[in-house]
Design a protein around this ligand. Sequence first.
Ligand code: SAM
Length: 273
Amino acid sequence: MPATQITDEELKSLTQAILRRYGIDFTCYEPSSLKRRVDRCISVLKLETVHNLWVKLLKDQMFVHRFMDEISVGLTAMFRDPVLWKALKKDILNSLATKNRINIWHAGCSSGEEVYSMGIVLQESNLLSQSKAIATDISDAAIAGAQQGKYHHLKLAEYEKNYREYNPLGTFEKYYQKDGTDGAMNSELIKHVDFRHHNLISEPPPGQFDIIFCRNVMIYFDNQAKINLLQRFHQHLNDGGYLIIGFYDALVPLIDKSKYHIIDLDAKIFQKI
Ligand SMILES: C[S@@+](CC[C@H](N)C(=O)[O-])C[C@H]1O[C@@H](n2cnc3c(N)ncnc32)[C@H](O)[C@@H]1O
């Protein structure tokens, strides 16, 4: 546990100062988890006090990007929640197969594992060439990593176990090339994605989509921010488009049932009405 413990008051004035100075809005993040992340950031960056963090943030424009990387939690994995990927392949993608182009948005994509999982599912459904994905995150470091599409072989071994649960008969290794201790994802899986920096709280969605993934991101936001985002996603889904949320996002009670059908509660798939 980090030694420094930022108070509620300090957190409030720090987030307001960042909003005023840089237009970056952390004010609607859930306070207790944001406090833990700020305390961790002070410890990891050896800043020792909240005051030092404050001075660094307000004097050093470049530092705010480092701070954002530390605050955003990038925990992710390929084929996490195999039930979702099975449901996508079996029940969802068929309904989109007649479209000339399937537009997909991965909002809060972290280091790209979710994006490449979807790329593989699309390839195995023969839909990769007619799909275009946009993958966004607030963290520049995460986006740079995602775009590179390289993962350590130990991680890939872990991901293979998830993949097998989704498709016991498939071959995960054919989707990447060995590159030293890493595996580099195949170029066609990288090429169909446009990776971009994007802040979900302060920027409008980057287009109209048939599928929006926003998994394990809204967990950090307060209820009002979650409700606003669910409305925005609805506006930016094509008719009959799908919203996919995370297993622990605690969002189901906030979803307006007059706007979304529940398609699969286990896989957390909702369809725009
Ligand atoms: C736990 S990861 C989820 C990754 C992936 N969606 C998954 O479920 O495997 C959460 C991601 O949300 C991003 N994030 C947090 N706040 C954000 C914001 N305001 N706008 C965009 N991305 C944000 C973080 O940088 C982090 O990469």
